[in-house]
Design a protein around this ligand. Sequence first.
Ligand SMILES: Nc1ncnc2c1ncn2[C@@H]1O[C@H](COP(=O)(O)OP(=O)(O)O)[C@@H](O)[C@H]1O
Ligand SMILES: [Mg+2]
Length: 236
Amino acid sequence: MSQLSVEGLDVFYGAVHALKGVSIHAEAGEIVTLLGANGAGKTTLLRTISGLVPPKAGRVHFEGRDITRVPAHEIVALGLSQAPEGRMVFANLSVEDNLELGAYRRRDRAGIREDRDAMFALFPRLLERRRQLAGTLSGGEQQMLAIARALMSRPRLVLLDEPSLGIAPLLVRDIFRNIAEINRRGVTVVLVEQNAHMALSIAGRGYVLETGRVVLEDAAAKLVANDQVRAAYLGG
Ligand SMILES: Nc1ncnc2c1ncn2[C@@H]1O[C@H](COP(=O)(O)OP(=O)(O)O)[C@@H](O)[C@H]1O
Ligand SMILES: [Mg+2]
């Protein structure tokens, strides 16, 4: 049984048919990447898994449980969290308080402190800026904070939506290194990326979405060698 399995999702925004029978799965311990052009439905897929968008049809199972109609905050409590596209940190709260909020369902004070320190070890830039308001961080730092905040709920699976979007190349490498490290610590990662080069370099498998459909699914190494993928996502 897969840790996460998505079967036949159909999602509409009014008349827009954003997901058309999408099925994907993620196995415990792997990094799976979702590639696709703007508007392909990647964010919609993550938001549907997270319980933020209701599907018209289809099922989502996480660790054997049907979470299709489970409210978003309960899905987080079950061990599946998302770092949203566009950062979405709380701009008027400090870095520290943003991290605290990621753990708001937890009651284990000692464990929360331990995880916060682990996040500071993983993202030293956040440690240096722990009392700074999140809104004053650079884009890359806000992205790191969004990822760290998602991890503060101690998820067993994390959904990352374009962690490299709008980030300086130097920081992009840092962020990908950190994602690989998070995965080594046992967290399954579903990674949506426009930066297909970087995503396929750390992922084991990947899917390609086109206008709401999965058109390709393969091992990352196979996708890197695929002519269609090279032409569309890897610059030939
Ligand atoms: N809130 C929304 N209301 C209406 N249409 C939306 C909304 N969000 C996304 N869409 C549409 O759904 C499709 C998929 O969008 P999205 O999931 O954001 O794609 P991606 O993340 O791959 O760029 C697009 O056609 C987009 O315009
Ligand atoms: Mg998107």
